[in-house]
Design a binder for this molecule. Structure first.
Ligand code: PLP
Length: 417
């Protein structure tokens, strides 16, 4: 097996090396449909695994607490410049450790404890960090929640406006983890303006689509935009904040020293590389192809009688409501994994089932698109999904399909693994 692992890793810790090698093999040999996942390039991987992990650099470029920052400062400045240019933002902070701390930094920087946040409800597609009760965002702030309409599963902007006027939030959060449609950032900005609230747009899932011109950008409309860097943007695991000039100082202070210590410089370097890649014409093609593939997958699933939340998709993900198939999301996800199709069980709006075994599965096309798969492969995939879900206990079907998928994967090599 050529696993591209560094010989030192193999020699020093064969046990961990073996597990990494097996994970690489898994990532090569299955169809990865979790919409928040991807394959980074060899270049991004190389920066992530670089000696920048050895350096401490609390502070910001030119204002550090330790010496030896000549190259780290340059790396962070490059990452910031690329982020600002790619997204057209006044200011960028590339230090958040990931998407969740990025959001927390926004709350910490712009709000006082106990202020009101209006965010999207988790079971309707929002993220935990948008004010869900078990999180710090739900415990330290007062939260009002909006959702989608029951009839068409679109964000109910009338409800958002009504709740905004009723609760007078200090901040409104838009952006989602399981919403298959375009988000109308201009409409959110207008509602925020009406009630004097800040608008935070969390584009964690879609920042790659935004960068590639396949989804409208929130940057012109939101006070602050947060994102992960490892989802459709296809960088290392990390977070990033973009904001208007007037919020730059508050946001920077909130990230450091407010919330974090030393930035992860190897991650910053890998973000710089990913942003460089995201500025290329190839990335634009990739972003549009993600959406094209999601449509092709959705259309074929519809033809197999699947119910899709909102009836389809405008972006990189599809939420399948399995209630009419008589299978739970968990059972379906487990059966699909047996066939080499890896997705996650997910609540659907107004789900009659419990969150741990909800009614739906969530499917996304970013990772398959990175491998070079197109609409023809999406049709085969939908056919396989249909076959597995029709007989989730049939392990012979799963084994046969897993073999067919292994063949297919051989024709679409994944970067980095
Ligand atoms: C993934 C996600 C996050 C959190 O990112 P982590 O890197 O997992 O902390 C935040 N917001 C949204 C909308 C997300 O989908």
């Amino acid at each position: 097996m050529n696993l591209n692992l560094h010989p030192a890793l193999q020699a020093t810790d064969p046990e961990t090396a073996d597990l990494i090698a097996r994970e690489a093999q898994r990532q090569r040999n299955v169809l990865r449909l979790i919409p928040s996942e991807n394959y980074v390039s060899d270049a991004v991987l190389a920066a992530t695994g670089s000696c920048l992990t050895n350096k401490y650099s609390e502070g910001y470029a030119g204002k550090r607490y330790y010496q030896g920052q000549q190259y780290i400062d340059a790396v962070e400045r490059i990452a910031i410049d690329r982020a600002r240019k790619l997204f057209g933002a006044d200011h960028a902070n590339v230090q958040p450790y990931s998407g969740s701390p990025a959001n927390l930094a926004v709350y910490f920087g712009l709000l006082n404890q106990g202020d009101t946040i209006l965010g999207m409800s988790l079971p309707h597609g929002g993220h935990l960090t948008h004010g869900w009760g078990v999180t710090i965002s739900g415990k330290h702030y007062n939260v009002a929640r909006y959702g989608v309409r029951q009839n068409d599963h679109r964000i109910d902007l009338d409800e958002v406006r009504r709740l905004a006027h009723e609760h007078k939030p200090r901040l409104i959060v838009c952006g989602a983890s399981a919403y298959p449609r375009i988000i109308d950032f201009a409409a959110f900005a207008e509602i925020a303006r009406e009630v004097g609230a800040y608008l935070l747009a969390d584009m964690a899932h879609i920042s790659g689509l935004v960068a590639g011109g396949a989804h409208p950008s929130p940057v012109p409309f939101a006070d602050v935009v947060s994102t992960t860097t490892h989802k459709t943007l296809r960088g290392p695991r990390g977070g990033m904040l973009l904001c208007k000039a007037e919020h730059a100082a508050a946001i920077d202070r909130a990230v450091f020293p407010g919330l974090q210590g030393g930035p992860h410089n190897h991650t910053t370097a890998a973000i710089a590389v990913a942003l460089h890649e995201a500025a290329t014409p190839e990335f634009q093609t990739y972003a549009h192809r993600i959406v094209e593939n999601a449509r092709a997958l959705a259309d074929r699933l519809l033809s197999h009688g699947f119910t899709l939340v909102s009836g389809g998709t405008d972006n990189h993900l599809i939420l399948v409501d399995l209630n009419n198939k008589g299978v739970s999301g968990k059972i379906a996800a487990q059966a699909l994994e047996g066939a080499g199709i890896v997705c996650n069980a997910n609540s659907v709006p107004f789900d009659p089932r419990k969150p741990f075994d909800p009614s739906g599965i969530r499917l996304g096309t970013p990772a398959l698109t990175t491998r070079g798969m197109g609409p023809a492969e999406m049709v085969r995939l939908a056919d396989w999904i249909s076959e597995v879900v029709a007989a989730p206990a049939d392990t012979a079907v799963q084994t046969r399909i897993a073999g067919e998928i292994l063949d297919l994967c051989g024709s679409f090599p994944a970067p980095g693994v």
